[in-house]
Design a protein around this ligand. Sequence first.
Ligand code: 6GU
Length: 235
Amino acid sequence: MRIDILTLFPAMFEGPLSESIIKRAQNAGTVEIHTHDIRAFSTDKHHRVDDYQFGGGAGMVMAIQPIADAIEHLKAQRHYDHIIYVTPDGQTLNQQMANSLSLSGNIIILCGHYKGIDQRIRDHYITDEISIGDYVLTGGELAACVIVDAVVRLIPGAISDEESALTDTFQDGLLAAPIYTRPAEYNGWAVPDILLSGHEANIEKWREEQAIERTRTLRPDLYAKLFPSKDKQEK
Ligand code: 6GU
């Protein structure tokens, strides 16, 4: 998989994408991540990338030329399965979307700033618009980091069996069961007996019950999606 990120602030990606699993995935050749400075594509003599809104209104808009040229430059070199614009008015990212994006070949992620980008970019180039939640960030860079992290760790080979993505919270629509490690007692706080019993089937059953109960109490919205009939009976 190859991810090309178009941004006005390439340095914002240096830390988040050069640690832990994402770093290892790049070193192993599982994913290539390239950042590109949109400003470098500006044909304006002062390298301007923003302009006033037609029709008036507060806030600058990212102009069409530098972004269009950056996207054309990339598209001339390879095919892209997704050209994503990260924006608070996009579809909210969830595990299903991350799973689906992790099956891509090449993707472009475009980060916006100021008031946003010229609508014609969205109309003519963008295939997916993604938000990471209902709040406003300064720009799309942090959101793009979140998307890249959620997607890259799902690419086959990015994480080991021990780190298994299959038992993640949300992977089956449920929150994960509580987890413990040694010591079995700390400060008088004991690990549930069942986990020390060595009885695999009972442990599996306990984990499933815990996952369901945690989801019911902590995320009733998810629970209602999984068990719509039970939800009705309780009301
Ligand atoms: Cl993708 N961008 C910005 N600027 N703010 C956000 C967001 C994206 N997702 C949630 N808030």
